[in-house]
Design a binder for this molecule. Structure first.
Ligand SMILES: [Zn+2]
Length: 601
C-alpha cells in the first residue's frame, strides 16, 4: 500500500491466537487453503450477499474447530462437507473486540473437508466503499470497491484473516447488467451481458490481497501485458499517464527475476479511495489523484508494481513484520524510478521521503519507531507510518552501500527466490542475511532500536540545492517571485520549494508567490497539498475556497487529514473545517471517516 497514514490511536483488544496477534484464526490447528465465493452485489441495500466455501487442511489431525475472523457479518447458515455430503454445521460467535472483530467458531465433523458460510455484509463493513453515482466521474452508475489491507477482508468474507494464511480462490460475482466486475485475479476485458463474472486466482495469496471493484468500467490496453480499467471519461488520460508501466516491469525483471503473476493491470478508482494505491495482485488499485498530466506522480505505480515481488510474492507473516513488505517495496521503488526516470528524479524523491520520515520520527512514540513495533491489542493500521517504508528502505540502502550494487541485486534476487509464495517473519530475513554474511548486529540495531542508527545514510539532491538557492534569492529581495523558474521545475522541486518556505512569510509574500506560480487551485494534487498547508499556517485566506473544494473532492487520507488537523489547531478555522467536513464526509471511505471523526469531534 502507499499513501497510508500514520495513525497511532490505541484500540483495546485481547488477541488470544498464538500465531498472529491480529487474527482470531486457529491457524496452528486448521488452516484454510482455498476460497470459493458466490456473491451478489446489491447497490440498493449496499450489501454483498451469498456464500463463502472454505477448503482447509488440518495442521493438528484431531482438530475439531475452525475459528474464523469476521467483522459485522450477518450469518444465516453454516454447512460442512463430510464424506461427499453437505450437512448443517454447529457454530457460535466467539471472542469480540473493536480492533479484531468477532471470532466465529465452527464445529468440524471428523471427516469434514470444507465449510460453507451463507452470509451478507452490513453497514459495519469497513472493507467496502459504496459510492453513489454522484460520487463517480461519470455520475450515472454506482461504484463499489474493497480495501482489505490490513484486516478488513473479514468485514466482507468470513475467513482466517492473517497474512500468514495464503489461499487460492474462485469467485462468481453477480452485478447489475451494464456494470463490470474486476478482482485481484484473471479478469475479463469486456462487460458481461448478463452481469455474471467468474474469476479464478490460481496463485496462493495472503487474505489481505483479495479484492473486488464494480462500476461503469472500460478497459484500455497499454502494453502486451498491461492495461487500465477506469471509468470511460478517465481511461484515456490514465492509460497515457501510466504508459511506462511495461518498462517498469522490465526494469524489475532485469534486476530481480520474472514477474510471477501473468498480467499487470491498473484499476483507477474514484477520488474517494483513501489510499494512494493498493497492490492487489494482477490489478493494483490506484487513486486518480496521481493523474497529473505529466507523469510526475507515477512513482506510485512503481511502488504498487514492486509489491509484485516484495509483499505479494514474499509476504510479511504478521503486521508487526510490515517493514518486510513496505521497506523492501520503497527501496525497489527508488530503484525503478532511477532506472526509468533517471538518478536526479530518484534523489529528489528520496530526499522528500527522508523529510517525511523525519516528521514521523519526531511525532511518533520512540517504541513505535522500531521496524518491528509491538501491535498487541492494537489495530494493525497503527503500523502504517513512514517508519516501515522509509526507515526500512534506508536500511536496505545501507546494505547496498556495503555490498555494492551487483551483490545487492544478487542478495535481493536470492531472497525473492528463496521465499517465493511464502509468508516470512523478520527472523526469517535475519537468518537469510546471516547466511549471506551480513553484519547481523548492525541489522538488529536498525530493526529493534528506535530512531535511526548512527551513520545511517542520508539522501541528498543537487536539484533541491538549486531550489533552495533560488528561494534564498527571493526571500532576500534580490529577485522577484516571477524571476524564479518555478514553472520549469519538476513537481518534486515545486513541492520542495513550497514545503521549505519559512514560518516568517508575510501575506504579501504569499500573495506574490500565488500570483507568480498560480498555486491556488493547481492541478497537481501533491503541490496543492503543500501549498494549502502553507495557506493555513500563514492565514492566507485567498486559497481557502479552492482548498475547501479540494477537501470535498478528494478522499485520499494522506492528502486531506493533515489539512483538517491544521485547521482544527486554529480556533478561528474550526467552524469552517466542520462545515466542509459535514459536506464531504458522506463521500469519504469508512476508514477516512473514522480518522477524521476523531480529529473533528
Ligand atoms: Zn506499499
Amino acid at each position: 500500500m502507499k499513501g497510508a497514514l500514520c495513525s497511532l490511536a490505541l484500540l483495546s483488544a485481547a488477541a488470544t491466537a498464538a500465531t498472529d496477534i491480529n487474527s482470531y484464526g486457529n491457524t496452528d490447528q486448521v488452516k484454510i487453503t482455498h476460497l470459493g465465493l458466490d456473491l451478489t452485489v446489491d447497490f440498493d441495500k449496499k450489501q454483498l450477499a451469498g456464500s463463502a466455501t472454505l477448503d482447509f487442511k488440518r495442521i493438528e489431525p484431531s482438530a475439531s474447530t475452525l475459528v474464523l475472523d469476521t467483522r459485522a457479518l450477518d450469518v444465516s447458515d453454516v454447512q460442512q462437507h463430510v464424506d461427499g455430503q453437505w450437512t448443517a454445521a454447529k457454530w457460535a460467535w466467539g471472542e469480540k473486540s473493536e480492533a479484531l472483530g468477532t471470532a466465529m467458531k465452527v464445529q468440524l465433523a471428523p471427516h469434514a473437508d470444507q465449510v460453507r458460510v451463507n452470509y451478507h455484509t452490513t453497514d459495519g463493513a469497513t472493507g467496502l466503499q459504496w459510492l453513489t453515482p454522484a460520487q463517480t466521474a461519470g455520475k450515472k452508475h454506482p461504484f463499489l470497491f474493497t480495501q482489505a489491507e490490513a484486516i478488513q477482508a473479514r468485514s466482507f468474507i468470513p475467513l482466517q484473516d492473517s497474512p500468514s494464511v495464503r489461499v487460492t480462490y474462485d469467485a462468481t460475482i453477480h452485478v447489475p447488467t451494464g456494470l463490470m466486475a474486476v478482482m485481484s485475479a484473471e479478469n475479463s476485458q469486456k462487460v458481461s451481458p448478463d452481469g455474471v463474472y467468474h474469476f479464478h486466482m490460481p496463485q496462493a495469496v495472503p487474505t489481505y490481497l483479495i479484492a473486488l471493484g464494480v462500476g461503469d468500467l472500460k478497459f484500455k490496453a497499454m502494453g502486451k501485458r498491461t492495461g487500465v480499467y477506469a471509468e470511460p471519461s478517465v481511461v484515456d488520460a490514465a492509460a497515457k499517464e501510466f504508459e511506462d508501466t511495461e518498462s517498469m516491469i522490465q526494469t524489475v525483471e532485469k534486476m530481480f527475476g520474472p514477474y510471477a503473476w501473468g498480467r499487470y493491470d491498473l484499476l483507477i478508482l474514484p477520488p474517494s479511495f483513501p489510499f494512494g494505491g493498493m497492490e492487489n495482485p494482477r490489478l493494483s488499485f490506484i487513486t486518480p489523484t496521481v493523474i497529473a498530466g505529466d507523469k510526475s506522480l507515477v512513482s506510485l505505480i512503481a511502488h504498487e508494481l514492486a509489491h509484485s515481488w516484495s509483499g505479494n510474492l514474499v509476504t510479511n507473516a504478521s503486521w508487526q513484520d510490515l517493514w518486510l513488505n513496505e521497506g523492501f517495496t520503497t527501496y525497489l521503488t527508488y530503484r525503478i524510478t532511477e532506472a526509468v526516470y533517471g538518478k536526479d528524479r530518484e534523489r529528489m524523491e528520496a530526499v522528500l521521503g527522508y523529510k517525511d520520515l523525519q516528521e514521523d520520527l519526531a511525532a511518533i512514540a520512540p517504541a513505535d519507531t522500531r521496524l518491528v513495533p509491538d501491535l498487541t491489542g492494537r489495530d494493525p493500521d497503527d503500523a502504517f507510518s513512514d517508519i516501515p517504508y522509509e526507515k526500512g528502505s534506508l536500511m536496505l540502502t545501507e546494505i547496498e552501500h556495503k555490498l555494492g550494487r551487483k551483490k545487492m541485486d544478487a542478495f535481493l534476487k536470492g531472497y525473492f527466490n528463496k521465499f517465493r509464495f511464502q509468508s516470512v517473519s523478520t527472523s526469517d530475513f535475519l537468518g537469510y542475511a546471516k547466511d549471506q554474511g551480513l553484519d547481523i548486529d548492525r541489522l538488529k540495531e536498525w530493526i529493534y532500536q528506535p530512531g535511526l542508527p548512527k551513520g545511517a545514510p542520508k539522501p541528498e539532491s543537487d536539484a533541491f540545492d538549486k531550489v533552495l538557492a533560488e528561494q534564498k534569492q527571493w526571500l532576500s529581495g534580490k529577485e522577484a517571485a516571477s524571476d524564479v523558474p518555478f514553472k520549469d521545475w519538476t513537481a518534486q522541486q515545486q513541492i520542495y520549494f513550497v514545503s521549505e518556505l519559512p514560518d516568517s512569510l508575510t501575506q504579501a509574500q504569499m500573495s506574490e508567490l500565488d500570483k507568480a506560480f498560480a498555486l491556488t487551485g493547481t492541478r497537481n494534487t501533491e503541490v496543492a497539498h503543500v501549498w494549502y498547508r502553507q495557506a493555513i499556517k500563514h492565514d492566507y485566506q485567498p486559497a481557502f475556497a479552492a482548498m475547501s473544494d479540494y477537501l470535498r473532492h478528494i478522499g485520499r487520507r494522506k492528502l486531506i487529514v493533515p489539512l483538517y488537523q491544521m485547521l482544527m489547531e486554529k480556533p478561528q478555522y474550526q467552524q469552517m473545517a466542520r462545515k466542509v467536513y459535514a459536506e464531504a464526509r458522506p463521500g469519504y471511505h469508512p476508514l477516512a471517516q473514522n480518522t477524521l471523526d476523531e480529529i473533528l469531534k
